[in-house]
Design a binder for this molecule. Structure first.
Ligand SMILES: [Zn+2]
Length: 338
């Protein structure tokens, strides 16, 4: 992989200009290559995004029903949930809803993604305009409790995954056959977000990705694997999709088996490789009792035989029973001859 940048972002301790919480740090960040961020704007934004996909009654709050209606209308016009990435990724570097509004107003009118033209400015401005009047009451009423819960989970991650991240990353790099990415990955921990509760979006400008993981969908040890999984997506994004390494190698082998360009296996099998690698990395480096997220969430079941094939072959490689090349060749062969 061809990664280039190394960015250290230090903790931002700018105070809030709201009532009694003015001594609460605006953003909590641990300097690390895997940079966990706890940020009220990201939490407010994802709270509204998750309310928009919920069928529960909305909390009583001025302006909230109108904003949630705007988000739902925007979801209908976008068509696919992942297209929200063009908007969500703009949270990076914004401190307030006003910053986000300014970014959308001054940013590009449109963005192309997945063959679609996204009206970035029109949707972004309407959402951010709805967030601005909600922000002060969110910070005063809801944020202190939400921040405390996020800090508790962050402390667990700091003591486990973050403290041992270099070791975990080393195993991934050796397994995938890629060089050290020299890249910092931002992971925003939020209280709630739309399912499945973890997502990584490519940046509009520059390479790499930004990850959002919620603590609602990721209980206990699953949070560790989800954060690692999303970080691996971001590192892959930083290297480009046609770089070296196991996932790119597997895609090439699948194309060589003459799978049509839109065959879902071209996407699913490399993704399963990432699932298995993340689960095994947690199990081998952090917690021998860890059960894969794919197993606990039922994702492996939904992928059926493909998941079984990738697990069998990749774990045999990780156990030293076969080479990486033999494992990838076997995955491509077994998955395409069915
Ligand atoms: Zn994934």
């Amino acid at each position: 992989m061809n990664f280039a940048r190394w960015i250290w972002v230090l903790a931002c301790t700018t105070g809030l200009a709201v009532g009694q919480v003015d001594r609460v740090p605006r953003t909590d960040v641990t300097p690390s290559r895997l940079e966990l961020r706890i940020d009220p704007l990201a939490d407010l934004y994802h709270w509204v995004r998750s309310l928009a996909v919920s069928d529960q009654p909305l909390p009583q709050r001025d302006g909230l029903p109108e904003l949630v209606a705007r988000v739902r209308e925007s979801s209908r016009s976008l068509g696919h949930p992942l297209l929200w990435g063009a908007l969500d990724a703009e949270l990076e570097g914004c401190r307030t809803a006003g910053d986000l509004l300014k970014r959308f107003r001054e940013g590009p009118e449109e963005q192309r993604a997945f063959g679609q033209v996204i009206p970035l400015r029109a949707i972004g401005v309407t959402i951010a305009e709805g967030l601005v009047p909600l922000e002060a009451s969110f910070l005063a009423d809801l944020w202190p409790e939400r921040r405390a819960a996020l800090l508790e989970r962050k402390a667990q991650l700091d003591a486990g995954l973050i403290a041992h991240f270099d070791d975990c990353l080393q195993l991934v790099l050796e397994s995938f056959g890629v060089v050290d990415p020299q890249e910092t990955v931002p992971v925003y921990l939020v209280t709630q977000s739309p399912p499945p509760g973890g997502v990584t979006y490519y940046r509009r400008t520059g390479k790499g990705g930004v990850c959002f993981v919620d603590i609602e969908h990721n209980a206990g040890g699953q949070l560790v694997e989800t954060v690692l999984h999303e970080a691996l997506h971001a590192l892959e994004a930083a290297g480009g999709s046609d770089g070296d390494g196991a996932t790119a190698d597997l895609r090439r082998r699948l194309l060589a088996c003459e799978l049509p360009p839109r065959d879902p296996r071209l996407r699913n099998l490399p993704h399963l490789l990432l699932f298995v690698q993340a689960g095994e990395t947690v199990r081998r480096r952090l917690d021998p009792e860890h059960r894969h997220y794919g197993e606990v969430s039922g994702a492996y079941g939904r992928f059926g035989a493909d998941a079984t094939i990738v697990r069998e072959e990749w774990i045999a490689f990780l156990d030293g029973k076969k080479t990486r090349e033999d494992a990838l060749a076997a995955i491509a062969r077994r998955a395409t001859e069915r």
